[in-house]
Design a protein around this ligand. Structure first.
Ligand code: ADP
Length: 415
């Protein structure tokens, strides 16, 4: 403001006492020194009154006389310097320079303290940030390490262990999925063991019968020929049974192996079902069972004919096996634009509601004695379910005890 007044009043060429007083006041107020030079570096005002008229040459004054304002701090001497050019409004010629210089130790010390405090705060914040970063890394990695240790333990064969790790959402989800996977593996292992024990048991039963029959023949010294014939006939039956179990098992295993390797061709479903019914005719005649096929039209579908024939045979044979004397088996074919439906309806012994969900399990039989008498192995429907599943089809069963059973097979026309 003062420089402005000096410019307006043309102080350099025309000094006035009013401005001098103000310059003195500033000098006293800040406890510093105020100087004014003309464009030729000659001091025209000095608040100390000692240098007036002398020439003062310095880099700062030269720069200021070129029109630049300068603010400078001398940190060693604790000085603050301010230089501003005096530029009258009507011309762009610089008429002089106003130089204010004062000692500011107190202010600069305060500034230094602030700087130190700021540095300290920055250090504390950085340390806290790093500690937080380390802590969150530990929080993330620690549960994963725990999962890894659990998995290594499980890999050693401790399949009944579970992974129980509490951590963030992702870690909890990993440990949940791992546990689900483990429970599936355990279930699979249990079913494998059950299957092996079932197989051993089923294979052993005919063996035991044969051994008993053979031993009783051997024990009697004078066994009549008729008894030999009868017992050998029984032994032969047991061999057939053993054979049937083994061939059913082989079918099941080969299906497991060749899963997704169906050899599908466009096949007449009517023709295929007719062949099945022709094959089971002798069995039906033995029991005086009427087998009828009804079809609304000729149906073609892309299927693996030989496999599908096994599946349908098993259902139709069961419909005859678990039927009453003079009963019936009705086979109905139908199709819409996507699926073919094969209905096998019998007037047989039926089964309870709770049995239905089990009949597709390997070796499951509602009535073991009856199944054995009819030459059943308990594998037929397991084979059927596997084949229909490979064809992306479904089997639905409805049944009423002592009234009959209906199997509905649904297969896609184009696999
Ligand atoms: P199995 O060789 O004993 O016939 P399956 O797997 O073919 O074995 O059938 C399993 C069981 O389901 C049979 O033992 C029987 O108890 C029951 N079952 C299957 N089909 C019928 C049916 N049409 N009527 C009544 N029970 C049936």
């Amino acid at each position: 403001m003062l420089a402005n007044q000096m410019e307006v009043t043309g102080y350099i060429s025309n000094p006035n006492s009013n401005i001098d007083i103000q310059l003195d006041t500033i000098s006293e107020l800040y406890g510093g020194r105020v100087l004014v030079t003309n464009p030729y570096h000659v001091i025209v005002y000095d608040s100390f009154g000692t240098e007036k008229g002398k020439t003062l040459v310095s880099r700062n004054i030269s720069t200021c006389l070129k029109g630049e304002e300068i603010f400078e701090i001398d940190w060693d001497g604790d000085f603050v310097k301010y230089l501003t050019p005096l530029l009258p409004t009507e011309s762009d010629r610089i008429t002089g320079a106003l130089i204010v210089q004062f000692h500011a130790k107190k202010e600069l010390d305060r500034y230094r303290t602030y700087q130190k405090e700021l540095l300290l705060y920055a250090l504390i914040v950085s340390a806290l940030f790093l500690a937080g970063l380390g802590l969150s890394a530990w929080w993330l990695v620690h549960p994963i390490k725990k999962i890894e240790r659990s998995m290594q333990h499980i890999a050693l064969g401790f399949l009944n262990d579970t992974v129980s790790v509490n951590g963030n959402r992702e870690v909890a989800s990993i440990s949940r999925s791992t546990n689900e996977m483990l429970s599936k593996i355990n279930k699979l292992e249990a079913s494998r063991q059950e299957f092996v024990s079932n197989v051993s048991h089923e294979l052993k039963t005919p063996m035991t019968s044969m051994k008993v029959l053979a031993e009783s023949l051997l024990m009697q010294p004078d066994t009549p020929v008729e008894l030999y014939r009868e017992f050998l006939g029984d032994i032969n039956e047991q061999i057939e049974r053993e054979n049937k179990i083994i061939s059913d098992l082989l079918t099941l295993i080969s299906l497991d192996k060749s899963a997704n390797r169906l050899q599908c061709e466009r096949t007449s479903i009517n023709g295929m079902v007719e062949t099945v019914l022709k094959r089971v005719k002798p069995l039906a005649e033995q029991k005086n069972i009427e087998v009828v096929m009804e079809s609304f039209r000729e149906i073609y579908a892309r299927v693996d004919e030989s496999k599908l024939m096994i599946a349908i045979s098993n259902i139709v044979e069961n419909a005859i096996k678990y039927n009453r004397e003079f009963g019936y088996v009705h086979v109905t074919l139908n199709a819409d634009w996507r699926y073919v439906y094969i209905l096998v309806e019998d007037s047989g012994i039926g089964m309870a509601e709770e049995e239905i969900s089990h009949i597709f399990e390997r070796f499951y039989r509602v009535d073991k004695t009856r199944s054995r008498e009819t030459g059943g192995t308990g594998l037929g429907l397991a084979i059927t379910a596997e084949i229909i599943g490979q064809h992306k089809g479904t089997v639905r069963v409805s049944s009423k005890e002592k009234e009959g059973t209906t199997f509905i097979i649904r297969l896609p026309l184009n696999l």
